[in-house]
Design a protein around this ligand. Structure first.
Ligand SMILES: Cc1cc2nc3c(=O)[nH]c(=O)nc-3n(C[C@H](O)[C@H](O)[C@H](O)COP(=O)(O)OP(=O)(O)OC[C@H]3O[C@@H](n4cnc5c(N)ncnc54)[C@H](O)[C@@H]3O)c2cc1C
Length: 393
């Protein structure tokens, strides 16, 4: 391990030299690519992680860092649970802090559709063994006095949850990847050639690999399209803010109000502001819309009536990626070419488990059938649907 690389709390003694002899390129040093590079390198693969800017300069550097295991589908629940376990195991004083914090999601009185959906989600979570409680308004008030609850019809509360700084996580995993032997090339935009899998730098130099993993976030569709491969993916814009105030817990998603919030070292972080249409990953506006912060802070104040002096510190926008069925695209596209994208606003919280699974698949393990990226032709018509809404599926 190099002197600068953080020593993660788990790892070195657990790895198997399964990747020895495999030359693998990972394109994109966001949370997913950095994790995969780390897992590939610690299994002995010869890994190069290419990043067109700096580590975490796109969505992973703009994310809220809300993490939870409260998913109702079996594979989602398994992945989310593994990810939370890994956040706990990898974090530490010298790496990135993962702060345990309960996650509450709620529907308001009169919003029967979302209230029923939350009850249905909780039933399905229980069937998966996810530890999540249903609470009434009174129970919620007793447990979380900071929250306004008199308008709440039903709430779910998940204990397998917490938050961290996504940029710090990503930087830490990229450094740990180099510590495990990976090469990191930042400020290096690349394009692809396939059959054989080849990376082409802007200066025209090329490198050939046994496998290339594309984790280029919102740029993934464009990058693959330039190599003649179409995937069903649309980037869309979301917004968030940090405000000063005192908010110790919980993290909360108000499904009726259409926003989430979590504690933050400066007070709280809140967000949503989803735009349900396709954004251009090279041209989108990185500043929050006029009025976004005022409107969101009004909703936050409603939910936190006793929090005095909630003042805006900063607001911003970033991109998430949508797929036709709201499940990600993770797996093999063609011989030697893999992808991991399309996380519909939940890519950071799943990165520790997705990175590990795709690394394993590249080195000969099984993929995740439900996320097989070839389940779509790539030219499907579909609408962007916000990732956080509560649904019956
Ligand atoms: C405001 C906001 C809040 C969010 N909150 C949450 C949250 O609380 N929890 C959660 O789970 N998710 C959240 N998300 C979603 C989350 O940010 C993403 O799902 C996740 O960061 C995706 O990680 P990634 O590694 O796939 O992509 P990215 O982090 O976007 O990384 C892709 C990388 O590829 C690089 N790249 C692109 N093209 C090339 C090229 N040609 N050559 C080399 N490199 C290239 C980019 O520069 C970039 O660094 C949020 C997103 C936003 C915008």
């Amino acid at each position: 391990m190099s002197e600068d690389a953080p020593e993660l709390a788990v790892g070195a003694d657990a790895f198997v030299e399964q990747g020895a002899g495999h030359a693998v390129a990972v394109v994109g040093a966001g949370a997913v690519g950095a994790t995969a590079a780390y897992d590939l390198a610690r299994q002995g693969a010869d890994v190069t992680l290419y990043e067109r800017g700096t580590v975490a300069n796109e969505s992973s550097g703009r994310a809220a860092g809300v993490c939870y295991d409260a998913f109702a589908g079996p594979i989602d629940a398994e992945i989310a649970s593994d990810a939370i376990e890994r956040f706990r195991a990898l974090s530490g004083d010298e790496t990135f802090p993962f702060t345990e914090c309960p996650y509450v999601w709620l529907a308001r009185e009169g919003d029967d559709r979302r209230a029923d959906a939350i009850r249905g989600q909780l039933e399905r979570m229980h069937a998966q063994g996810v530890v999540a409680l249903e609470m009434t308004a009174d129970e919620l008030a007793e447990r979380f006095p900071a929250l306004r609850t008199d308008d709440v019809a039903v709430a779910g509360v998940a204990g397998g949850a917490g938050y961290t700084d996504p940029g710090q996580y990503t930087a830490c995993l990229a450094a740990a990847a180099t510590g495990a032997g990976a090469t990191l090339e930042t400020e290096t935009p690349v394009s692809l050639e396939i059959d054989p899998a080849r990376i082409v730098r802007d200066d025209g130099t090329t490198e050939t690999y046994d496998a290339v993993l594309v984790t280029a976030g919102a740029h993934t569709k464009r990058l693959l399209a330039d190599a003649g491969i179409s995937i069903a993916l649309k980037p869309y814009r979301v917004q968030a803010l940090v405000a000063s105030c005192d908010h110790p817990e919980p993290m909360c998603y108000d499904a009726t109000g259409g926003f989430y919030l979590r504690p933050h070292p400066e007070g709280l972080l809140a967000g949503n502001g989803t735009e349900e249409w396709e954004a251009d990953p090279d041209e989108y506006d990185r500043a929050a819309n006029d009025g976004f912060a005022d409107d969101l802070l009004e909703r936050v104040r409603h939910r936190l009536p006793d929090a005095a002096d909630i003042d805006l510190e900063r607001a911003w926008a970033g991109l998430c990626t949508a797929t036709p069925d709201r499940d990600p695209l993770v797996g093999q596209l063609e011989e030697g070419l893999y992808v991991a994208t399309g996380f519909q606003g939940h890519g950071f919280m799943r990165a520790p488990a997705i990175g590990q699974r795709i690394a394993d698949q590249i080195l000969g393990g099984e993929g995740i059938d439900a996320f097989d990226p070839t389940r779509f032709d790539g030219d499907e018509e579909f609408d962007v649907v916000e990732g956080m809404g509560v649904t019956d599926d």
